[in-house]
Design a protein around this ligand. Structure first.
Ligand SMILES: [Zn+2]
Length: 129
């Protein structure tokens, strides 16, 4: 379905390390989530589009990148990337990747019922594609 499991080229600089022509990074810091004692930095990174990705995780850098899109799609992608982190931290990466999208949808459905009104407030300034 997606290329979410593709690993970034380690030799290629991350988008947030590559200033644009007006010397302003297109990457928007979003927050930090701690999973397994590791503080994972979350950024919104439009450069993922050129990589054909909706999201990406770097365990080495404890970095989760999310492509700016429709907010509900971004939420699904974020939960998907969080599942990668959980799998890496707690499960020795034994959970098969093919179940991540189903788990993401099920977890979001459950969260909405358990915590009515809970939403992720994505920044207004993101450019959705
Ligand atoms: Zn994935």
């Amino acid at each position: 379905m997606t290329l979410l499991n593709a690993k970034p080229d380690e030799n290629k600089p991350l988008c947030d390390e590559t200033p644009t022509s007006d010397n302003e990074s297109p990457v928007i810091p979003f927050g930090v989530i701690t999973i397994g004692g590791i503080a994972w930095r979350i950024v919104i990174d439009p450069c993922l589009d050129s990589e054909g990705l909706n999201g990406d995780i770097s365990e080495d850098k404890a970095l989760i990148r999310i492509m700016p899109r429709d907010p509900s799609a971004m939420t699904i992608t974020l939960v998907h990337e969080i599942l990668h982190a959980i799998n890496w931290v707690y499960c020795n990466s034994d959970i098969p990747h093919k179940v991540f999208n189903a788990l993401s949808h099920g977890l979001i459905q459950s969260a909405k019922q358990l915590m009515p009104g809970c939403i992720i407030e994505w920044p207004d300034k993101i450019q959705k594609s």
